[in-house]
Design a protein around this ligand. Sequence first.
Ligand code: UDP
Ligand code: MG
Length: 340
Amino acid sequence: MDIREPEQLMQGLPDKAKVALTPRAAGYLPSFSIVAPAYNEQEVLEQFHRRVSKVMQDLGADYEIVLVNDGSRDGTLWLMRMLQAQDPRVSIVDLSRNFGKEIALTAGLDHAKGEVVVVLDADLQDPPELIPDMLARWREGYDVVYGVRTQRDGETWLKKATAKAFYRLIRRVSRVDIPQDTGDFRLMSRRVVSEMRGLREVHRFMKGLFAWVGFPSTPLYYRRDARAAGDTKWNYWNLWNFAIEGITSFTVAPLKVATYFGLSIAVLALAYGGFVVGKALLFGDVVKGYPSLMAVVLFLGGIQLLAIGVMGEYIGRIFNEVKARPLYLINRLLPSQLKE
Ligand code: UDP
Ligand code: MG
């Protein structure tokens, strides 16, 4: 029998996070798929290819670069084909139109053949030079190594503040733990990618889906660079919609808020109703109180419209999911030479 005090037992406990890990062979080099969605990125694509190739060649690993053309209107596709003509490790997934980053990324994951998949933005905001560090973590046994931004260069304080508030909120209202300041920049093992491929919902909040899949994961802190060239495709309207997407995809909390708010108002209304009736019975009914009546009617009308709006958000999403359309269509697929 173990007669040590509980605290002593605790001391012997290994780090909780490490228990689930099975380290991979020390020098083992997996094959890589570097996946990058690109929408109008002609200014940076060549530089992207150069920097990624340098890193991968220094590593000495077998790799492919999966470029997803998300319906670009500039020379992006043409450039991709130029790159592929020079480098058979480039794989091109040319979507039939612009489907948005989340779906473009999904298309890339669907066509990645490597044992390990790294997701990068084509605009070089996620430094490919971190891939060796990610690999080291993968060798420790982690299935997911996700980049966490410690500093965001070239972004306004308003964007930083709203992003921060959003992650706080979503963490509190949803059951999956979506790490703060995390983008799509990450390394994933094959089994994680396979599980991701099983999630075919139309409303894709990728950060949330990545978090939902789970598996042993570890952060890698890095400084997010400013865009190498070109412009961001985000504006505040997009970000707002993105936030709604994130919340409605992962929690029904807004519906519950409507329920409880309605319930409390109903209880208050009942009490007030009793008071009004009692007063009329005791002291007679003198018509008064037009302002308070208007205030209550308008307030309740507003709350009802808001609650219907919230319900509408969910019903709209149900509508989109039941159509069960394919997530994207491919105009042309030009795979790399990497063997599966
Ligand atoms: N992107 C895409 N489809 C779109 C919008 C963006 O594939 O409809 C790609 C874009 O080319 C880039 C990445 O998604 O590689 C991130 O886009 P952006 O730099 O505009 O976003 P931010 O870095 O500002 O979050
Ligand atoms: Mg960017």
